[in-house]
Write a protein that binds this ligand. Sequence first.
Ligand code: NAD
Length: 258
Amino acid sequence: MIDSLQFRGSVAVVTGAAAGIGFACCETLADLGAKIVAIDKNPTFGRELRKTTKGNVWPDRYYIADASLESDVSRVASRVAKEYGEIVALVNVAGIAGNQLISSMDTDFWNRVIANSLTSVFLMSREFLPLLKDGEGSIVSVSSTYAFSSRANKAAYSAAKAGIVGFTKTLAIEASKMGIRANAVCPGPVISPRRIENSASGADNPEEAAARTLLGRFAEADEIANLVAFLASRAASYMTGSAVVIDGGQLTHIGAVT
Ligand SMILES: NC(=O)c1ccc[n+]([C@@H]2O[C@H](COP(=O)([O-])OP(=O)(O)OC[C@H]3O[C@@H](n4cnc5c(N)ncnc54)[C@H](O)[C@@H]3O)[C@@H](O)[C@H]2O)c1
């Protein structure tokens, strides 16, 4: 088990790498010996090298690119193909949220959330599938508990995250012919720069979100990264087409936790 969690210098491509869950996925995969190709549209992340707790240095490459834009994704995929030839893991973390009621939602908002949170997963999977190692490659996409359960204001986000689950099932079927696995991860509330900003602006209510979990707290980003790394590794060799919930028990109950 421990051995099959090691990446031994093989390449993992991670979107949304500049912050939150994506950043934690890079650190965890790098700690397990993967070479990290980090992608984010945020140019302020910079090209500085980071060190994991084991002293492993990442990223191996950093691309400023928008995963929802076909031209950016194909540019990065051809650079990665040229530089590495083959990768073992694609981790789709990039996504955005946002709150609007359906009755007053503007179409631009809908299109923006779907493009960043769902179309990005399609484009990255299509372009990087040919680079994934036959018989070992793995795609992990970050969905949400909002794929299964929602609230007012969250129609676009819920649709995108449920879309990832449906997309992943078809991807798993089609990629199985190449021995490649595809799974989705569905986190509940996770501490991240976005959620900290949202709490400060009043768009998020962290106490209420924490109280809806059985564990009474948000996840740390590296708790999600541990699951992502497991699914990306050979340790999860019999897992494909799954949507794995990691939510501190948020979806387990109906009504208040007493
Ligand atoms: N934080 C949570 O509570 C939570 C819960 C469930 C699921 N998620 C999902 O996990 C993922 C990461 O969330 P987070 O809270 O760490 O977010 P975050 O906003 O803190 O970080 C997201 C990163 O993705 C990048 N990004 C967004 N769209 C992009 C695009 N089109 N191309 C390239 N980069 C892009 C951003 O620049 C940012 O660096 C998202 O898909 C989110 O929906 C988050």
